[in-house]
Design a protein around this ligand. Structure first.
Ligand code: PMP
Length: 384
């Protein structure tokens, strides 16, 4: 893009209803937020358990900051791997029932790390078409042959596995699809991975903390094995930031030695590792958060289906309503906003053309009244 072409390109985005803007949030992450001076009930956050603003996480981070300072100061391999990072990694590995875990500053970096460390030229990576953009970017960066299969189509995946020559094969999927809320058939994927001697890499950004008693999709489905690599982000249900990979000790040692997005970046601030530890304790001690979340999911689906809104096959806190055209989705989001509800319209390229949608996300922190108010408003504003 040349500088003289920028204004025309931006105008084109506007004309296609694809121009994005950030909105200034003036209160902490929660279900009731002030955004650009106006109060909203928000159905837009990934803070599924309502922990992002929890006093125990804040206190853990505050105490850790007093003890360890603010910045990590160096990469993990140089002088930035603090005792609190180590403790959080051991706790995460135990929580997910794996030998070892490795912390990352973001899920984006974790996906890059795993994929580029395991596959390269001469190898092949097989990815669901609805995988998160960070997985796709990692696959492209790896330079492995990149084969994408139709969403959850295991037959096509098997054809591709059988017909693609490769030294190393890796299957990469989201466990919970971030824009649809549905799930990957993990057990069947593991059978295919075993049959074709492939790694199975699961990005459980939206399942960790929510599914499997909070321990995530792989634990819920009873998956184990040397070929299984589990990744989850810590900025969603865990309420903090960053991500971790849980796998065999050998795989973790390989990442520490080869993953460029781990080696060449400053360690996550140690106070965040302390907040992760507090979050894991709450996930284990307060199952009511998951129960309440599940109740809200059921109530929302019931209320929307009573008035025939088209729902996706999702039991997770991600509950999209497909609208179709970008301007229509934007209009509906604007109508809800006008009535005091913050619900994002998601448009291409984040989702396929013609599938612009309202993406409602639920949290254990939503009250029943907030949910009923949203349902009333949806019925009024959006009668199909
Ligand atoms: N994977 C999935 C499925 C995600 O939804 C996200 C974040 N939206 C990421 C990875 C990236 O994680 P992070 O925000 O920690 O970079």
């Amino acid at each position: 893009m040349r500088s003289q072409d920028l204004s025309a390109a931006l105008l084109e985005l506007q004309q296609q209803h694809r121009f994005r803007q950030r909105h200034i949030v003036e209160t902490p992450q929660s279900c009731a937020m002030i955004i650009e001076g106006k109060r909203y009930i928000a159905f837009a956050s990934n803070d599924y358990l309502g922990l992002a603003n929890h006093p125990q996480l804040i206190e853990a981070a505050r105490e850790a900051m007093l003890r360890w300072g603010v910045g990590g100061g160096a990469s993990h391999l140089v002088a930035g791997h603090f005792a609190i990072h180590q403790e959080a990694e051991e706790a995460l590995a135990a929580f997910c029932g794996r030998e070892a875990a490795l912390l990352f500053s973001s899920g984006y970096a974790a996906n890059q790390a795993v994929i580029t460390s395991l596959v390269g030229r001469g190898d092949a990576v097989f990815a669901d078409k609805l995988n998160h953009a960070s997985l796709n970017d990692a696959c492209l960066l790896s330079r492995a042959t990149f084969r994408r299969f139709r969403h959850n189509d295991l037959q096509q995946l098997e054809q591709l596995l059988a017909s693609t020559p490769a030294r190393t094969r890796l299957i990469a999927v989201d466990a919970v699809y971030s824009m649809d809320g549905d799930e990957a058939p993990l057990k069947k994927l593991q059978d295919l991975a075993d049959k074709y001697d492939a790694w199975l890499y699961i990005d459980d950004a939206h399942g960790f903390g929510v599914l499997g008693d909070g321990r995530g999709s792989a634990v819920e489905q009873g998956l184990h094995g040397e070929r299984l690599i589990y990744m989850a982000t810590l900025g969603k249900a865990a309420g903090v930031a960053g991500a971790f990979v849980a796998a065999s000790s050998q795989l973790i040692a390989w990442l520490v030695n080869t993953a460029r997005s781990y080696i060449f970046t400053t360690a996550q601030p140690p106070a965040l590792a302390a907040a992760v530890l507090a979050s894991l304790r709450l996930m284990a001690d307060e199952p009511w958060r998951r129960h309440r979340l599940q109740q809200s999911v059921s109530r929302l689906r019931e209320g929307l289906s009573e008035v025939n809104f088209p729902l996706m096959a999702s039991r997770t806190p991600i509950q999209p309503i497909i609208i179709g055209r970008n301007e229509q989705a934007l209009l509906l989001a604007a109508q809800l906003k006008e009535r005091g509800f913050w619900v994002p319209a998601i448009r291409p390229p984040t989702v396929p053309e013609g599938t612009a949608r309202l993406r409602l996300t639920l949290s254990a922190a939503h009250t029943q009244d907030q949910l009923e108010a949203l349902l009333d408003c949806m019925v009024q504003a959006m009668q199909p």
